[in-house]
Design a protein around this ligand. Structure first.
Ligand code: AMP
Length: 396
């Protein structure tokens, strides 16, 4: 899929529907991280500079009650977008109807308009989230061309992505979506080798399909974070009170058998006796765990082991923190992995979205990776090797 087609399309005077993922974190109406808006700017700027009339769609949060609407309006997002673009953005507090249609008619070439949170439609019977056919057709009727640049929702079939695309003649991936396809899709389908995946996070159950798929394509699969303890227990170790999914033990055993020496597990740990941000009681191999203790992070020997494997890699995909990085005393594993990956020369380095992306940004590694994905669930499903509906629906 290439944006050459988008670049060669004359957008002047066209009403261009753009689906972005502006599902940004907010506190009391203030945006706390505008990374997703910043990442979508190239596509919006392109449309505006071509003289297209940009009609911007996004969701924000989940809308289950009328009350949810109060804290999830896209108005503050439209204000931030206007600041970043240095240009007015007309905000329409509706998702359909006459006010919206008139505002669209009034648009001039190069103007921008943002409609209210697409998920407000979910209060009318989950119309956005179930890809209601009438809603998708209606939104498609508002424009001439559709660009999907929302990777974060590409794993969902919603009215504002698949619905619009199926009801409009011309659709393209935006520049951000294309970047995600190039890096994540490229890593899974055609990686430069050695290809090393490093997976962490809390739950094995969430990541089984990813591990399974990566065992087929990666040269090594490093497992850290809360997930590692289920694998260690499957190997017969006592993991004490550490996070462990008993019902996943058989699957973990199967993966270990299938992966053989492809799977690399941590060799030392930071032990404590309660899930609290206090100094670890001791550091050592899993066999050193005492009664009532748990491990909340990987130790320094593990970082050395991981570094030895990662330093010769030519493609690295990282998803999921190595420990409870939210606690100051248990973030050294996650920061250590950030540092190791940032220092690997001549490699394509990709951070999956969600917590690992948040950690990489929080610890100041934003510019140290080739690509930090904007999609959590979407990047996981892409790593699983699944076709994503928000990509599949576009004209190729
Ligand atoms: P996930 O959403 O699956 O990527 O998991 C992220 C969460 O895993 C973070 O909130 C971490 O605090 C948590 N986590 C990572 N390592 C551990 C661990 N050893 N024990 C408990 N939770 C952990």
């Amino acid at each position: 899929m290439s944006n050459q087609k988008l670049k060669n399309t004359n957008l002047k005077g066209k009403k261009v529907l753009i689906r972005v993922d502006f599902n940004v974190p907010m506190q009391d109406g203030i945006i706390t991280d505008d990374n997703r808006i910043v990442q979508a700017l190239p596509t919006i700027e392109f449309v505006v500079n071509q003289g297209g009339r940009a009609i911007i769609f996004s969701h924000l949060g989940r809308i289950k009650t009328e009350e949810d609407k109060l804290s999830n309006s896209l108005k503050p997002v439209s204000i931030r977008l206007a600041e970043l673009m240095g240009k007015d953005v007309r905000f329409v507090p509706e998702t359909r109807g006459e006010i919206l249609e008139t505002a669209i008619k009034e648009l001039k070439d190069g103007d921008m308009l943002m409609i209210e949170n697409t998920r407000f439609e979910d209060l009318k019977g989950k119309k956005e989230s179930t890809n209601d056919s009438e809603l998708g057709a209606y939104w498609a009727s508002l424009g001439d061309v559709f660009i999907n640049d929302a990777f974060g929702t590409a794993h969902r079939s919603h009215a504002s992505n698949v619905g619009i695309a199926s009801n409009i003649k011309t659709s393209f991936p935006g520049f951000l979506l294309e970047k995600e396809i190039k890096f994540i899709g490229g890593a899974v389908d055609n990686p430069k080798r050695p290809f090393v995946a490093i997976l962490g996070g809390a739950k094995v159950s969430d990541k089984i399909p990813v591990i399974s798929n990566l065992l087929k394509t990666a040269d090594k699969v490093i497992i850290g974070g809360g997930m590692a303890y289920t694998f260690l227990k499957a190997q017969g170790f006592d993991v004490g009170q550490s996070l462990c999914e008993e019902e996943m033990l058989d699957l973990a055993k199967e993966l270990l058998e299938r992966g053989k020496d492809k799977i690399v597990l941590p060799i030392d740990f930071l032990f404590t006796d309660e899930f609290k941000d206090k100094k670890p009681l001791h550091v050592g191999p899993i066999t050193a765990i005492k009664k009532g203790e748990m491990s909340l992070d990987i130790g320094p020997e593990t970082l050395k082991l991981f570094e030895n494997i990662l330093k010769t890699a030519k493609t690295i995909v990282w998803n999921g923190p190595m420990g409870v990085f939210e606690m100051e005393n248990y973030r050294s594993g996650t920061i250590g992995v950030c540092e190791i990956i940032a220092n690997v020369v001549d490699a394509i380095t990709i951070v999956g979205g969600g917590d690992s992306a948040a950690a990489a940004i929080q610890f100041g590694f934003q510019d140290k990776f080739t690509h930090i994905s904007t999609g959590g669930g979407a990047s996981l499903e892409y790593l699983e090797g699944k076709a994503l509906p928000g990509i599949e629906c576009l004209n190729k």
